[in-house]
Design a protein around this ligand. Sequence first.
Ligand code: NAP
Length: 231
Amino acid sequence: MARQLAGQTAIVTGASRGIGRAIVRNLLELGINVVAVARNEYGLERLQEEMRVGKRLLAVACDIRDQLEVERLFEVASDRFGRIEIVVNNAGVGSFAPIEEYDEVMLDEILDTNLKAVFHMCRAAFVHMKRNGGGQVVNIAALLGMETEPFASAYCASKWGVMGLTEALHQEGRPHGIRVAVVAPGTTQTDFAGIPSQQKSQALRPETVAEGVSYLLQQGDDAKMSQLVLR
Ligand code: NAP
């Protein structure tokens, strides 16, 4: 039987645009309260104006690369809504270039955002969910977390890492009632990595990825689905 999610609360990172914004809209439509996270406050203000759901949407500016900021995020979210049942780790960055062009700053930006920050978020989610009787975590990886292509070395390293992290936590969370899964989308119509969405008319729509997240979240208790691949 499909899980009823209305009244639950979700934290969604990377919520201000692209796939994250579509996920926020979808979860709000399912009756879920949403804590929307991004760094830029202007983007979050625009999201709040657009969604028009009043207090069911809390916007929190947070750089998820900073572990202390992530811990504060969970405090602010649970002060407002109490229990957090769902965490969607969607925020990510990308750049594509020959490996010789990567200096340490470029490499750190990708690994810190796409892998280490997801680790911080999962850690904080596990602390909160173990105390509160379980929950669900969905990480957004990419097809480039399962496949490879030239000039994607740093991005592939980060997203293959997210796939491994998710599988390990899928097993670790199960005895505690914490379900951990990953959505791996192919190219999606957003402005990701500085490539305008208009150049990707054949690609997935952000709404399709958001529906994939909701599909995973609504699976019944017996389902042990850990990966959803969208090509
Ligand atoms: P996007 O349009 O560029 O949006 C990225 C979001 O992440 C923004 O809200 C951004 O807001 C936020 N963000 C970035 N760094 C952050 C940080 N350190 N702390 C908090 N928030 C941060 O990207 P998208 O296309 O929607 O991609 C979303 C996810 O899907 C990413 O993980 C990406 O790797 C994955 N994905 C995308 C595609 C694609 O083709 N678009 C394909 C496969 C997988 P601020 O800049 O304000 O922080």
